[in-house]
Design a protein around this ligand. Structure first.
Ligand code: MG
Length: 346
């Protein structure tokens, strides 16, 4: 059994701007698990918010390479349990291990993961397309370029929030989701904005207030006419109990929660608590997105467009056509490293 990993510098088609930052590229790491003539793939998208960096992922993967595993990837749960203390607290690296093991296992069974797990996938499902923060003119232009999608997720939290929504509405009436990325600090203003957005055909709001303003968040929950979804306020299972006091749902990302196995447990626990479920991602390639797609039919909101934002995707996965993701029937997570990159793998 052999692990190998490679840094991927993902170039964005256009600068990605949210309330906190703007960037032209992202670095993720692909992780390959090679065993018995097949390779399972995973991807780590380090989350700086949780103190992660490409460097901390590389350290975790180096420890993984050196670890003499006693369990077999044929038993994904036991294998992942053994890997967890080796990886440590770097959740995005843990997610990559989880994806790689499940991909390898599914390839061995020659079936896609959703099918192995009995996740009902009957027809292609919609994903939102993200419109990041820009001027109203550019926002209108981006909207015109995104009309094949059936829902747009609009990043907010700038001085131009209303102008940008009106710019979108000058182009299309399709449903919108809004992600404030903690950008509204004043709860009264946030409520005013949410009510206005409801009148603009917005269906839900992600993370209106900073995660640190928990009391404010609790106060606006019951007053909000739109469902509020926790992203920055939510990481893992341990957050679930209190999350329903401040939000109507959660945004699950594999990189935050540590992979497909924990994500499936969280979805089930969230349903028990009556919470809405959104599946999102960090900016990453079709490798990580392909893994998330396997459980996406379980979600109310699918936000898996990040692979579509990059120019140099090292992987192919599930095609998105006219705003709908079509799960391919390939085994495992359904992703493949592009043949041009295969020879470079050590
Ligand atoms: Mg978000």
């Amino acid at each position: 059994m052999e692990w190998h990993f490679e840094l991927q510098k993902l170039e964005l088609k256009r600068a990605f701007t949210i309330s906190r930052q703007s960037s032209n590229f992202r670095e993720t790491l692909r992780l390959g698990l090679r065993h018995l003539d097949r390779t399972g793939w995973g991807e780590a998208a380090p989350n700086p918010r949780h103190g992660e960096s490409p460097g901390s992922v590389i350290e975790a993967f180096t420890r993984l390479k050196d670890h003499p595993f006693t369990s077999s990837p044929n038993q994904p749960e036991a294998f992942i349990r053994e890997a967890a203390p080796v990886i440590g607290p770097v959740q995005s690296a843990m997610a990559a291990v989880d994806m790689a093991v499940h991909d390898w296992w599914g390839k061995g069974l020659e079936r896609p993961l959703y099918e192995i797990w009995g996740i009902p996938y009957r027809e292609p499902f919609e994903t939102s397309m993200t419109i990041s923060i820009d001027t109203p003119e550019k926002t209108a232009e981006r909207t015109r370029e995104s009309l094949e999608f059936r829902v747009l997720k609009v990043k907010m939290g700038s001085d131009l929030d209303r102008e940008n929504i009106l710019a979108i509405r000058s182009v299309t009436e399709i449903p919108l989701w809004v992600d404030a990325n903690e950008g509204w600090k004043d709860p009264a203003r946030a409520m005013e904005m949410i009510s206005w957005l409801e009148g603009q055909g917005v269906e839900m709001i992600e993370q209106p207030l900073p995660a640190t303003q928990w009391e404010d968040q609790r106060r606006i929950k019951d007053k909000s006419p739109l469902p509020l979804i926790a992203d920055e306020s939510f990481s893992s299972m341990t957050d679930l109990d209190r999350i329903s006091e401040g939000f109507h749902g959660i945004n699950i990302k594999l990189a935050k929660c540590g992979g497909l196995a924990p994500a499936r447990r969280i979805i089930s626990a969230a349903r028990d608590r009556g919470l809405l479920v959104m599946i999102g991602s960090m900016i990453q390639s079709s490798c990580g997105i392909g893994a998330a797609c396997q459980i996406a039919p379980l979600a109310d909101y699918v936000d898996l467009d990040c692979n579509l934002l990059i120019k140099n995707d090292p992987f192919t996965g599930h095609p998105a056509k006219n705003g709908l993701i079509h799960l391919n029937q390939l085994p495992g997570t359904g992703v493949r490293l592009k043949p041009s990159l295969e020879n470079q793998e050590s």
